[in-house]
Write a protein that binds this ligand. Structure first.
Ligand code: 5RP
Length: 220
């Protein structure tokens, strides 16, 4: 039985095949991506630079000796590697468990190819078992919480958490997300929402799932 950490590492290493010399690489946030950063540094890939989806990732990349450039200084990112909290066979995702959803969504939008790396525990038929994170400006916290209750969700304020951009997060429990694109758009329409953790309109292009039996590669 391969343990979960090893599976995360295997998914991360499988993503290396998408990395080419002189490339700008978008790098997500989280424990699975941390294995990717380690692998990238160890193999001495001659990438041009990385773009970080969060301050935490930026620090890790710099500590690993990888040059980091600002998102605003470029207009496209050939490849973006990131994890997820839940993923479907259709490559729709819930992200933001680590609270970096806004930076992640910006980079995913700019990326030509979004490679999502997960262990098998993240693969689900229907999104929503994992609470859906919503980043809100503090003024709108209660409004957004009331609005998402109309979709059957049970909102919980993520106590003590402040995003990289000074915002707060609401985690929404008990959702059964049958139409991820529709819900993603609806939540983003609520005033004060910065973004939500559904990555459905721009889901992944490739999903690398590390399983007990090896890597499963799902494509759009
Ligand atoms: C952070 C994220 C992460 O990709 C997600 O939480 C998965 O993290 P991990 O690889 O630690 O399970 O969206 O905002």
């Amino acid at each position: 039985m391969i343990d979960k950490e090893t599976l995360k590492q295997q998914a991360a290493e499988a993503a290396l095949k998408f990395i080419e010399r002189d490339m700008i690489v978008g790098v997500g946030t989280g424990s699975t991506v941390n294995y990717f950063i380690e692998a990238l540094a160890k193999k001495h890939y001659d990438i041009k630079a990385a773009v970080a989806s969060s301050l935490a990732t930026k620090k890790k990349l710099i500590a690993a000796g990888i040059e980091v450039i600002e998102v605003n200084s470029i207009d496209r990112i050939p490849v973006y590697i990131d994890g997820a909290d839940e993923a479907t066979q259709h490559l729709s995702l819930i992200k933001g468990g680590g609270g970096a959803l806004t930076g992640e969504k910006i980079i995913a939008h700019m990326a030509d190819q979004f490679i999502c790396i997960v262990d098998e525990s993240k693969l689900v038929d229907v999104l929503g078992q994992f609470p859906l994170p919503i980043e809100v400006i503090p003024l709108a916290r209660s409004l957004v919480a009331r609005e998402v209750m109309k979709y059957g969700g049970n909102p919980m304020y993520r106590e003590g958490f402040v995003s990289d951009y000074g915002n707060q997060i609401i985690d929404v429990y008990n959702l059964e997300i049958l139409d991820p694109q529709e819900l993603e758009a609806k939540i983003n329409q609520i005033p004060g929402v910065v973004t939500n953790g559904l990555f459905a309109k721009r889901g992944a292009d490739h999903l690398l799932v590390a399983k007990q039996t090896g890597i499963e590669h799902l494509k759009k």
